[in-house]
Design a protein around this ligand. Structure first.
Ligand SMILES: NC(=O)C1=CN([C@@H]2O[C@H](COP(=O)(O)OP(=O)(O)OC[C@H]3O[C@@H](n4cnc5c(N)ncnc54)[C@H](OP(=O)(O)O)[C@@H]3O)[C@@H](O)[C@H]2O)C=CC1
Ligand SMILES: O=C(CO)COP(=O)(O)O
Length: 321
């Protein structure tokens, strides 16, 4: 079967389904809750992506069997759900290609999405779709450019062609590790940027944070063999800029709320929180200098106040850039 399965009925999976269906592809979104699938079907709209009508050739199901025969599956659950979803449903999925669309590092194992796919689904070619794009922008048909990373060059070309649309422009890369780490780490930096703005530290401080945060991202990713060019591209620098500067970003919004000591809805997906904890632990164990990430992890876990974290960051030894 040549249809596209989309595992995860959130804003991003729905937006990808909409744009792919609008350009003639047949796609099916799988939701893990039957009631939620019913709600989407009955209203022809996903409450996580309000105001976007679903095209006719985009189906919604809560039966995993309905996407089992798809040759391509996009994995659009939150990162911390990916391993359990693949453990439970991976064996029934017959897809030869799986594209991870989630951004983060698994807190329990320290693994990224492509490693989770490779370990859970033998014989599947893992790929990663990541880069600067808000689901609402994609779904409205606004122009977006993303990175499609796949270590298998032939599969990468086929996936790039299959998933590009007139408004969704995919650039190809073979550096899956670099692409997925860029997407994971920028969310941590977006929380930090939100804290900077929420606390009233100013735009100059945010620019410094983004720049030093990018240096930190490079250090971490290169320790895993990522190419510096990947981090400088859409999946790293591009998404870092978007997420650290846009009110649309949930990670940025969470940071702003922390900075203002304001309530933030715990139902909202904030991938950078678990990823900050995961990356801080890995960096400590591997001796990688990640001061911003360590500070974010300490602040969100209540182990350090924002004032203390800022003081510590500003009193680090002076050094060359
Ligand atoms: N939104 C965006 O603009 C973008 C998001 N992404 C990435 O896409 C990923 C998903 O984000 P997004 O779509 O926004 O998230 P949402 O918060 O919109 O939705 C998450 C969805 O995942 C479902 N889900 C949660 N746990 C499971 C599970 N165990 N099995 C199956 N489904 C589950 C939720 O269902 P329920 O609520 O019923 O539990 C919900 O439908 C994230 O990694 C994010 O970083 C990437 C680019 C853009
Ligand atoms: O990844 C995204 C934009 O590229 C979405 O960011 P948020 O999860 O912070 O909303």
């Amino acid at each position: 079967m040549t249809g596209i399965g989309i595992a995860g009925a959130g804003a991003f999976g729905t937006a990808l389904g909409v744009v792919l269906a609008q350009s003639g592809r047949r796609a099916t979104i799988w939701a893990h809750q039957a009631a939620f699938a019913d709600r989407i079907r009955n209203s022809n709209e996903n409450p996580r992506l309000p105001g976007v009508a679903l095209p006719e050739n985009l189906s919604v199901t809560s039966e995993i069997a309905d996407i089992a025969e798809c040759d391509l599956v996009l994995l659009t659950t939150p990162m911390q759900a990916l391993a359990s979803v693949l453990e439970t449903h991976g064996p029934v999925l017959k897809a030869r290609h799986m594209v991870a669309c989630c951004k983060g590092v698994d807190l329990a194992t320290g693994r990224g999405p492509s490693a989770i796919i490779a370990e859970s689904c033998t014989g599947v070619v893992p790929a990663v779709l990541t880069g600067p794009s808000f689901a609402a922008d994609i779904a409205r048909g606004l122009p977006t450019a993303l990175t499609l990373a796949c270590a298998d060059a032939k599969a990468g070309i086929a996936l790039q062609e299959r998933l590009s649309t007139p408004t969704l422009r995919l650039y190809r890369s073979s550096d899956t590790v670099g692409a997925e780490l860029g997407g994971a780490l920028k969310n941590v930096m977006a929380i930090a940027a939100g804290i900077v703005i929420g606390t009233g530290l100013g735009e100059s401080a945010r620019a410094a944070l983004i720049t030093r945060g990018f240096a930190e991202m490079q250090r971490f990713a290169q320790s895993y063999g990522a190419e510096p060019e990947t981090l400088a591209g859409l999946s790293g620098f591009g998404d870092l800029v978007l997420t650290c500067t846009s009110q649309q970003s949930r990670n940025f919004g969470y940071g702003v709320a922390l900075g203002r000591n304001a309530w933030f809805d715990p139902e909202i997906t904030v991938e950078g929180a678990a990823t900050a904890r995961a990356v801080a632990a890995i960096a400590r164990a591997r001796g990688i200098d990640m001061p911003v990430t360590q500070s974010v992890a300490q602040v969100i876990d209540g182990h350090r106040s924002i004032e203390e974290a800022v003081k510590i960051l500003l009193s680090r030894p002076l050094k060359e850039e």
